[in-house]
Design a protein around this ligand. Structure first.
Ligand SMILES: [Zn+2]
Ligand SMILES: [Zn+2]
Length: 437
């Protein structure tokens, strides 16, 4: 494999907590050197001029629904992976709520191989924590790990039974695999479709906010006694406060939030447009601000998209009948740049922790998440000055985004995966057809 030199970029490395202008050399799919300036002979290597760009370790999205198998009309492995690459993401963790669910080793093996052949980014699979995601008995976790599972979760549903939750945590700890929970107490949630704060105004039934808070408190308690837990899509101020307190006590808890929870609140739902319908729902403005504080002070470890594609016909059923979920792979990075870095809430190094270093650590990926010699050459190269309006023209097969029409600043210009140029300047590259760009 030829060498690739990334020249003159601002290199942002969350592991060493440094930002410096310099060059980065890639050989055989790995970072082979990081330094000030490297000399090279003409034609000796391919050159990528990153002047004016920010070079991050490739961004890792811990929460993606690719819908394959069973929901290919809304998304496939390939379209999700292409949407990820176009959005500046080099690795995705897929959720197991497919049809059938990812709860058996042969099924998992089949799709791991399929993803390897079809996807331009790294694809990791979370297997279902319980058989059929039914919440009754654990899946064959040890065998699923051997088949390649990177995490366990029943996302879409919480691990409701306390005994089941404890045994799942213990098993995952023993196997050294992260256990992710969708914290939502269904008995409390009711049949609502929006947060309490918007229910009256929109004349829609409310989702009780305690549904999330109770589940978060229970999960934190369980983590303290049985093993590490990762909390998915935090949206309430009380949840953020509970995780902050748990971390202070040294409990093994990590947490993610999604771009919509720091970019939108329930007041942004101007009319009942189902592209604003997701779970958990958009909350009050003070929840949004609490999520931002949690991202800034280290309480929340990661930003993940919860990319949940649905066909336009399904989302057109109206707010009550339409399924929950929005797409997010192609807007996540620009929303974080605009709302968090652009508004001075966090700096670039913290962004690199939230999108690269911490997700890599949560998944136990020892050669991702940093710009370090020997690490995988997965890079996200950002053009910080790019200003654009989100258009209904996604690489995803679906377009259920509440951000269409929103103006954003900063976007991923180029994505490199294992040293290979995948996406740059708005288009995909089949080969490493890059020379003296
Ligand atoms: Zn979920
Ligand atoms: Zn989800």
């Amino acid at each position: 494999m030829q060498s690739l030199l990334i020249k003159n970029g601002l290199l942002i490395d969350p592991a060493s907590k440094t930002e410096r202008k310099g060059d980065l050399l890639i050989k055989n799919g790995r970072i082979s050197a990081v330094g000030k300036r490297f000399a090279y002979a003409p034609g000796e290597m391919e050159i990528y001029d990153a002047s004016g760009m920010w070079v991050f370790p490739g961004f890792i999205d811990l929460h993606v629904h690719a819908r394959e198998p069973g929901g290919e009309a809304a998304e496939t492995l390939r379209t999700a992976a292409r949407a990820a690459a176009a959005g500046g993401i080099t690795s995705v963790l897929l959720m197991p709520n497919t049809r059938p669910p990812m709860d058996s080793p042969p099924l998992l093996r089949k799709f791991i191989i399929k993803a390897r052949h079809r996807c331009p980014v790294n694809v990791f699979f979370a297997a279902a924590a319980t058989a059929s995601r039914a919440g009754k008995k654990l899946s064959p976790l040890k065998k699923l790990k051997a088949a390649g599972a990177a995490a366990f979760t029943d996302d879409g549903a919480t691990l409701a039974g306390p005994a089941l939750l404890l045994s799942a945590l213990k098993a995952a700890k023993k196997l050294k695999i992260p256990l992710l929970d969708h914290p939502e107490d269904f008995a409390v949630a009711g049949k609502g479709v929006v947060d309490e704060s918007a229910a009256k105004r929109l004349k829609l039934p409310a989702i009780t906010r305690e549904a999330e808070i109770f589940a978060v408190l229970r999960d934190i308690f369980a983590a303290g006694s049985a093993g590490p837990i990762h909390l998915q899509h935090l949206s309430c101020a009380e949840s953020v406060a509970a995780v902050r307190a748990a971390k202070k006590r040294g409990l093994p808890v990590t947490a993610e939030t999604c771009p919509h929870y720091f970019s939108l609140s329930s007041g942004d739902i101007k009319q009942p447009n189902a592209d604003f319908k997701m779970k958990p729902p958009l909350r009050r403005e003070n929840d949004r601000l609490a999520v931002i504080r949690g991202l800034a002070d280290g309480t929340i470890d990661a930003i993940a998209s919860d990319h949940a594609p649905h066909r336009a016909a399904e989302k057109a059923l109206g707010f009550i009948k339409a399924p929950f979920g929005i797409i997010g792979l192609e807007t996540m990075v620009s929303l974080a740049l605009t709302e968090l870095v652009g508004k001075g809430r966090i700096n670039r190094l913290r962004l690199a922790e939230l999108l690269s270093l911490n997700p890599a650590r949560i998944l136990g990926l020892k050669t991702k998440g940093a710009l370090k010699k020997g690490f995988d050459a997965d890079l996200t190269i950002i053009d910080p000055l790019a200003v654009f309006t989100v258009k209904n023209a996604f690489f995803s097969k679906s377009s259920n985004s509440p951000f269409i029409g929103r103006r954003l600043r900063g976007r991923s210009e180029t994505v490199i995966v294992a040293g290979r140029l995948v996406f740059s300047g708005g288009r995909f590259f089949k080969l490493r057809a890059l020379r003296n760009m």
